[in-house]
Design a protein around this ligand. Structure first.
Ligand SMILES: [Zn+2]
Length: 264
């Protein structure tokens, strides 16, 4: 019997993921990060920090890498996937005072809602305030949620502490001319995903698109940019499910956001 198309598709992805795993720099320890990994090329140097509760971070990381590659965006990836699957952990990487050095963009896709040490959190936000650009995805908005200080939330550009149920949410674009939203379909609905309730949009945030709560009818930012000190931040609250990380429009917007954050 001939293999079905979906089988071939699965095999192609497995081959790609194996290739990605063997050719990219993935650090289990922080020791090698922060020593200026930028090679002598024009690629975007990205540090992806991921791990923690509630999501399939291996799939999401590989999906992002594949999406950039398919769109011809050259990225050198460094991936730190640490902290287990719980809601409270500290990542060794951040103990290195130069953890951010050499990266054009740091992607935060980590999810530790109960980690609340303000000094630890400031060791992450300070380099961003001083000019390290960032992309923040989904549970990054609820990580450090227990913290009494607002540093992380100001860095994100939004304050959120909870989410509505999973659904396919229509997305209304507010800034169609923004390079991140260029070509975004007018009739787009998200993949099955959670709608994060945004309590506060910080003053330096530009909302790029919103979705409406099916419970309250309130509009909530789902894609935005923020200026945090000298650092550019692109954020999205979507990104819960593997279905979202297989959605072409979501991935296109995410890749656009990485490029924008990198100043490309
Ligand atoms: Zn989620």
């Amino acid at each position: 019997m001939k293999p079905s198309l979906s089988t071939l598709h699965r095999i192609a992805w497995m081959v790609f993921f194996t290739a990605v795993a063997s050719t990219n720099t993935c650090f289990g320890q922080a020791a090698a990060v922060g020593t200026n990994p930028k090679p002598n090329n024009n690629n975007i140097s990205v540090l992806l920090i991921t791990g923690g509760c509630c999501h399939d971070y291996d799939f999401q990381s590989k999906s992002m890498q594949l999406a950039a590659k398919e769109r011809g965006v050259p990225i050198d990836w460094t991936i730190v996937n640490e902290g287990g699957k719980g809601t409270k952990a500290t990542i060794e990487l951040y103990k290195n005072p130069k953890w951010f050095e050499g990266f054009d963009v740091v992607i935060h896709n980590e999810c530790f809602a109960d980690t609340d040490d303000p000094d630890y959190i400031r060791s992450i936000t300070k380099p961003h305030f001083e000019g390290t650009n960032a992309v923040v995805i989904h549970c990054a908005m609820h990580t450090y949620r227990s913290a009494k200080t607002d540093d992380w939330r100001e860095f994100l550009g939004v304050t959120s502490r909870r989410h509505d149920h999973q659904s396919r949410y229509p997305v209304t674009v507010a800034k169609i001319d923004h390079p991140i939203m260029k070509g975004f379909p007018a009739d787009y609905k998200s993949a099955m995903d959670e709608l994060y309730i945004i309590e506060k949009v910080w003053p330096n945030t530009t909302v790029l698109a919103t979705s409406k709560s099916e419970k309250s009818n309130d509009e909530h930012a789902v894609f935005w940019t923020n200026q945090y000190g000298k650092g550019r931040v692109f954020g999205t609250t979507y990104g819960h499910s593997n279905e979202t990380f297989s959605d072409k429009v979501f991935l296109e917007t995410l890749v656009n956001g990485i490029k924008w954050a990198a100043g490309r």
